[in-house]
Write a protein that binds this ligand. Structure first.
Ligand code: PMP
Ligand code: GLN
Length: 389
């Protein structure tokens, strides 16, 4: 048989699937793969159910239903003061993953360089490589995840076609500051690069940290697209409804990829998400407050066990240093050990790095779980580590 595609054949099964399977086999509490254990608002789900029964159920417009495009445009204006035309500047996709694929397919020509910040979300590298891009990595290290200007300058060149930025950032929990964003914008402007911004955790930030879209920085509006996802904002990860916002020209180019990839997304889900996006401020405040109290509870409990935790200003992930609990193996070995022996699953952070020299002593916990689930996980970890002393 002829060989299948080299790029994809070179990647194993995604770490999310591998660790979730291991967690299931060991009946472990799964704090590895990121998904909430409580479904999002009932009124949004009821609206989707009504749409499924009453229709429309046939192909919606390729760019997305007008209801959702208008709601995404309103949301851009309401939260960030971004003014866009729903008819031309918004594209609905089947999840942020499809949005990322469409942007990369549409913008990259083989041989173009793409600046990627590590640790990076699992689909970035395969999609960049499959599109023929050449990755240039900028490594961020725990526990503070600082963006090094020197490393950034070294990664950019006039061959840079685009920067792929994820803020708030998975798996780090970092929310890029205005100073860091300004530096990234300066580099994009200097090298005439596009920016594809994965902002799926835009509404999950803590304390004083606030999400600022790179698109709002001077000169960036026409060269940046921002990607959102109903999966994260409404705790409905299985729905896979995403949306891209950008200038008419860029969104038009990206739609060329979308029309040949999925073409459309279920209309009932789109219209239910449109309803959700218009929810009042209380909904968005509650989302932040509830995630922040989960983070505080879980971080304190991890610290109580002896883990040192990395900074976490957004997303629903927190990273912990395994050396602090006396483990001198790798993060992968540690995850296998706690899944099989403590009954708790986490993810090795090294799985999110592709370049040489990455840390191998941090693990990522997902904390968007019910409090009793987090409490049980902590009990199991306490028992395991106390038993080991
Ligand atoms: N980007 C990041 C950073 C994510 O964490 C996720 C979550 N799975 C996605 C993209 C994919 O989002 P979706 O499920 O909407 O495709
Ligand atoms: N985004 C989720 C995470 O980072 C999982 C997504 C997936 O399983 N592909 O854990």
């Amino acid at each position: 048989m002829k060989q299948t595609n080299d790029v994809l054949a070179g990647f194993g099964t995604t770490v999310f699937e591998v660790m979730s399977k291991l967690a299931m086999e060991n009946k472990a509490i799964n704090l590895g793969q990121g998904f909430p254990d409580e479904d999002g608002p009932e009124d949004i789900r009821a609206m989707a159910a009504k749409g499924l029964l009453e229709g429309p159920n046939q192909y919606p417009p390729m760019m997305g239903t007008m209801e959702l495009r208008q709601a995404v445009a309103r949301s851009n204006h309401r939260f960030y003061g971004i003014a866009v035309q729903p008819e031309t500047d918004i594209l609905v996709t089947s999840g942020a993953t499809e949005a990322l694929n469409d942007c990369l397919m549409a913008l990259i020509n083989p041989g173009d360089e793409v600046v990627l910040l590590e640790p990076l979300y699992d689909c970035y590298l395969p999609l960049v490589l499959r599109a023929g891009g050449i990755p240039k990595f900028v490594r961020l290290d725990p526990p503070h995840w600082e963006l090094s200007e020197e490393r950034l300058r070294a990664a950019f060149s006039d061959k840079t076609k685009l920067l792929l930025l994820n803020s708030p950032m998975n798996p780090t929990g970092k929310v890029f500051t205005i100073e860091e964003l300004q530096l990234l914008a300066d580099m994009c402007l200097k090298h005439d690069a596009y920016a594809v911004c994965d902002e799926v955790y835009e509404h999950i930030t803590f304390g004083l940290a606030r999400h600022i879209p790179l698109a709002t920085l001077p000169g960036m509006g026409d060269r940046t697209v921002r990607i959102g996802s109903a999966g994260k904002t409404f705790s409905l990860t299985g729905w896979k409804v995403g949306y891209i916002t950008g200038c008419t020209e860029l969104v038009g180019k990206i739609a060329k990829a979308h029309q040949f990839v999925t073409f459309t997304t279920p209309p009932a889900l789109q219209n239910a998400v449109a309803f959700g996006l218009d929810k009042d401020q209380e909904f968005y405040d509650d989302l932040q407050d509830s995630m922040q109290s989960k983070r505080d509870f879980f971080r304190n409990a991890l610290n109580g066990i002896g883990f040192e935790t990395a900074d976490c200003d957004g997303t629903y992930f927190i990273n912990a240093d395994i050396r602090a609990v006396g483990f001198d193996g790798t993060d992968v070995e540690f995850c296998q050990e706690i899944i099989t022996k403590a009954g708790v699953a986490a993810l090795p952070v090294s799985a999110f790095y592709a370049s040489e020299g990455a840390v191998k002593h941090f693990i990522r916990f997902c904390f968007c779980k019910r409090e009793d689930v987090l409490t049980s996980a902590i009990r199991r970890l306490e028992n395991f580590f106390e038993g080991n002393e």
